[in-house]
Design a protein around this ligand. Structure first.
Ligand code: 13P
Length: 245
């Protein structure tokens, strides 16, 4: 059985100093044996990635950027390079978060390129997908999720590790967590789809208003391999309450 994954997406929060304080505090509180059965992934805002790298360098905590450019280097003012993130120790990368798709018009071609780039560089992509409320209300949940996955995973090396994160857009930052039945249905179908597409090494996270009090039920659902957590990952204690369910 694969390890459970607890991933923190800090979005546009935390100064480098606050990020370093979080890391120090987290490492004093988490027990070494926790990592025998679990993985911890941190996605800080880019200005704080170096501070996180310094603090977590000799630990089992993985870290990486929330978004990268499709090219590794060049004249792309303001963009983030995967190669530069890797140079400071990044092992993971978030791709295709709904906020990137919605506010920054990240399209499927770019998302597919970014997944490929990560796999080429041996960085584990955490690929987000999920439907809007409108999609769900018009019974399009599976069509939309499958389309996003098909597009993002076109011509991908199926032998490499891939982490998927099901994040229904309507559950993000709203306090409105998906019901167990809704999560179960999507995770089950996505698991089957990935298996039938020959992917061998993948996990599926759930994200969207995860808190300690709803996480216990969600983690018991088949094919829920962990969480991608926004708001509740910003404080060490609330993040740890989810990690130690
Ligand atoms: P919240 O946990 O704040 O709903 O955010 C979820 C999310 O977008 C993680 O990527």
């Amino acid at each position: 059985m694969s390890k459970k994954i607890f991933a923190a997406n800090w979005k546009m929060h935390k100064t480098p100093q606050q990020a370093a304080e979080f890391a120090k505090n987290f490492l004093t509180k988490v027990k070494d044996d926790f990592f025998n059965h679990n993985e911890v992934m941190i996605f800080p805002q880019n200005f704080s990635l170096a501070a996180i790298a310094t603090e977590f360098k000799n630990s089992k905590v993985q870290y990486g950027p929330q978004q990268i450019h499709t090219e590794l280097k060049g004249a792309f003012t303001g963009e983030n390079s995967l190669e530069l993130a890797q140079a400071i120790g990044a092992q993971i990368c978030l791709i295709g978060h709904s906020e990137r798709r919605q506010f920054f018009h990240e399209d499927h071609t770019a998302i597919n390129k970014k997944v490929k780039l990560c796999l080429e560089k041996n960085i584990t992509p955490i690929l987000c997908f999920g439907e809007t409320l409108e999609d769900r209300q018009s019974n399009q949940t599976f069509d939309v999720c499958f389309k996003q996955l098909d597009e993002a995973l076109t011509n991908i090396d199926t032998s490499k590790r891939l982490v998927l994160a099901y994040e229904p857009v309507w559950a993000i930052g709203t306090g409105q967590v998906a019901t167990s039945d809704q999560v179960k249905e999507v995770h089950e179908k996505v698991f089957q789809k990935m298996q039938s597409s020959s992917f061998k090494n993948f996990q599926i996270l759930y994200g969207g208003s995860v808190k300690a009090d709803n996480a216990k039920e969600l983690i018991g659902i088949p094919h829920v391999d962990g969480f991608l957590i926004g708001g509740a990952s910003l404080e060490v204690d609330s993040f740890l309450r989810i990690c130690y369910l």
